[in-house]
Write a protein that binds this ligand. Structure first.
Ligand code: SF4
Length: 378
């Protein structure tokens, strides 16, 4: 298939893997920020092609994974109100809240519907003028422009029964939080691709300038990832730390101006927003500007608004910070599977736990058992 097969050629993959091996003379920890990259790495077995001294650390760039339990509870509380049709992307339906999920709330009678875009939700609002239609707005700058444009359309058309439960987040504050974390010593970043189509590459300049780390914005095919790793390792070997753009076929330095204008028109930064595993990060979440307040579901409906701790067994926080691997969680692949997720990282295909599970890293469970103290195994 044109524009796909070119990026999946196995001979080229081997050439790149050999070049990376020859260049890499020291242990390196590289973080792929985006959940889409995590998915590609496992789907195509890229970790197995890389030399043993390169460790890929899976970052917090899966939006369904980082939504905290308390916000899922808030979404369910809105969905359970009698006049509400609650609309959401499919993945978010299965994320566990503290007591139930949107999917279970639907089974219990709440009117929860899956949509493919916020415009589908707006269409539902037009068709159901006697109901309140709420859209569960989730995701980074990749998806927030479509929510912004939908709010602008609703405002233009004078639609009164549509609102959004806004959980849009921004990648740059999260990246800063990772770089400031004492737990994590990273040597470079496979930079996000989809987000960068909107925000460009300029906004990452602080990574080499203030932290001295290379970041290469990267596409989602296997050769993209291998080429990006090669570019990062080359920078490290040459003593450089720069922003480079491997995904030049899509990403521009200044991003997508039309999308950015829509974002700035509709959204403002929250003072703080809670991320699962990372805690509250300043200016990392979006909220509707006051002129669009009538589309804000948090103002229209009462929500519990509580911070809720993850279940004890769940180590999604450690996974999202990159300090643990999924198989190190005691319930990975046993009590927690994609069919019975205990934590959010097992829900979306972009989640690290789901990627490990779906692409055969179950052998690691045996490794986990062997790393436990003898007393714990008896
Ligand atoms: S295996 Fe399940 S419970 Fe454990 S960290 Fe992953 S998602 Fe959370």
């Amino acid at each position: 298939m044109k524009f796909i097969d070119e990026y999946r050629q196995s001979e080229l993959a081997r050439v790149l893997a050999n070049k990376i091996s020859r260049l890499t003379t020291q242990p390196l920890k590289l973080m792929e920020v985006c959940g889409g990259h995590t998915h590609t790495i496992f789907k195509y077995g890229i970790e197995d092609l890389l030399p043993a001294n390169i460790e890929m650390i899976h970052g917090p760039g899966c939006p369904v994974c980082v939504i905290p339990t308390g916000r899922v509870d808030d979404a369910i509380a809105i969905a359970q109100q009698a006049e509400v049709i609650f609309t959401t992307f499919g993945d978010a339906m299965r994320v566990p809240g503290s007591k139930t999920s949107l999917l279970n709330a639907k089974a219990a009678g709440a009117d929860v519907r899956m949509v493919y875009s916020p415009l589908d939700a707006l269409k539902l609002a037009r068709k159901n003028p006697d109901r309140q239609v709420v859209f569960f707005a989730l995701g980074f700058e990749t998806t927030s422009p479509s929510t912004a444009l939908t709010v602008l359309q609703a405002a233009k058309d004078g639609i009164e029964n549509f609102s959004i439960f806004c959980n849009h987040i921004m990648i740059v504050p999260a990246l800063k939080a990772m770089l400031d974390s004492p737990d994590l010593q990273l040597d470079g970043f496979v930079g996000p691709g989809h987000v960068s189509t909107v925000i460009g590459t300029r906004c990452y300049d602080f990574v080499p300038q203030h932290y001295g780390k290379p970041l290469v914005v990267t596409g989602f095919e296997p050769l993209d990832i291998l080429q990006s790793v090669y570019m990062i390792v080359t920078q490290i070997v040459q003593g450089r730390a720069e922003i480079e753009n491997q995904y030049g076929r899509v990403v521009e330095r200044n991003g997508n101006q039309r999308a950015l204008e829509a974002l700035f028109e509709v959204f403002d930064a929250r003072d703080y927003f809670e991320w699962r595993g990372l805690g509250s990060i300043a200016h990392s979440g979006m909220k509707l500007r006051h002129q669009y307040a009538k589309f804000d579901a948090e103002l229209k409906f009462s929500v519990p608004g509580l911070r809720v701790a993850d279940p004890k067994a769940c180590q999604c926080g450690e996974i999202l910070k990159g300090v643990k691997k999924p198989w190190e969680c005691k319930v990975f692949g046993t009590a927690c599977t994609p069919e019975t997720p205990i934590g959010s990282c097992m829900v979306s295909s972009e989640g690290a736990c789901a990627a490990y599970y779906n692409f055969g890293r179950l052998s690691k469970i045996a490794e986990r058992a062997n790393t436990q103290p003898v007393a714990a195994r008896i």
